[in-house]
Unconditional design. Structure first.
Length: 318
């Protein structure tokens, strides 16, 4: 049986950590190693971890000074004893059959990465991807699925053959926001064999402490990440095949960043986003939402980003 190392970066996660670790220890797959990277927590996380270390389970605990999730995940990759690895964020949790289901699918497909479905828990609703993807994703299939948001961006809810990551130097960049998005994107562009499992194995929980719910300048790095994603497509000579999907993805991220800056009323942040913008005429897709307000919002955004910001800020002040 192939061992799976589950890497859990932790930073001030005492409110949710027990649920996360319980879900890992409840896995039906028998050969699991848990690697907990405490990224300089100053709350009660360490006490909870030490309580779990006393249980009959293979746990490797590492403490490091606060350096961010990318450094923690990279350390986990280097410390892992398993042939495969998986990542779990401390405020999320797994289905009890998660690792078993992904490993069964890996054996069936001989994939280097298995991407599974997930359920997102928001304040008032639960959201699950309802997509029809092939069992084996070609490089183009995988890139399109990411850009069209048919699979969850980021590193969780997946298993990776660790040798494939190390051989292709697929570590997490430590100098940006959106590092997990870029990491998955690089895995796809690198041509690794990827399988899709349309089964919910992972639960994403929106929390008040999430970076999305608090102001952070780190979000500006997302503009650099998007630029590098575009450059990567060009360098790998697949730009023409993915240009439309990339520009639509880019517009959605730009729309999010501008509204993020408006939400926290930060003019410098908004100025910097506009300065870094690659496509001033970028338009967001309305999709199935045909409400007049949504359509007007999207049209105004496409016409002029500066005008959009001015109107939205005035509206918020009312």
């Amino acid at each position: 049986m192939k061992k799976v190392s589950i890497i859990v970066p932790i930073y001030n996660a005492e409110k949710y950590l027990q649920r996360c670790l319980d879900s890992i220890m409840a896995q039906t797959y028998p050969d699991i190693q848990i690697i907990i990277i405490n990224d300089g927590s100053i709350d009660g996380s360490e006490k909870i971890i030490k309580d779990y270390q006393n249980r009959k389970f293979e746990i490797k605990y590492i403490y490091q000074e606060n350096a961010g999730p990318s450094v923690a995940r990279n350390r986990g990759i280097n410390e892992a004893d398993g042939e495969f690895i998986s990542f779990v964020d401390a405020d999320d949790y797994l289905e009890s059959t998660a690792i078993e289901a992904m490993m069964v699918h890996q054996k069936k497909t001989d994939a280097e990465i298995v991407i599974a479905n997930h359920l997102r828990h928001e304040k008032s609703k639960q959201v699950c991807f309802d997509v029809n993807l092939p069992e084996i994703l070609s490089t183009d299939d995988a890139i399109e699925a990411l850009l069209k948001k048919k699979v969850r961006v980021g590193c969780c809810g997946k298993i990776y053959r660790i040798e494939a990551l190390k051989k292709n130097a697929l570590y997490f960049p430590t100098d940006r926001y959106g590092e997990d998005i870029y990491h998955l994107f690089k895995c796809m562009v690198s041509g690794l064999k990827i399988a899709w499992l349309n089964q919910v194995v992972y639960h994403v929980v929106d929390t008040e402490g999430s970076i999305c719910n608090n102001y952070s300048l780190k979000f500006l790095y997302m503009m650099d990440t998007l630029k590098e994603m575009q450059d990567c497509l060009i360098e790998n000579r697949v730009w023409k095949r993915h240009e439309i999907a990339f520009k639509e993805y880019y517009a959605s991220q730009l729309y999010f960043l501008i509204n993020y800056g408006i939400r926290f009323k930060n003019k410098d942040f908004l100025d910097e986003v506009l300065k870094k913008n690659l496509y001033p005429r970028a338009r967001v897709r309305v999709g199935k939402d045909r409400r007049l307000k949504v359509i007007a919002d999207a049209l105004l955004f496409g016409m002029s980003k500066k005008l959009y910001i001015r109107v939205k800020c005035l509206w918020k002040e009312r």
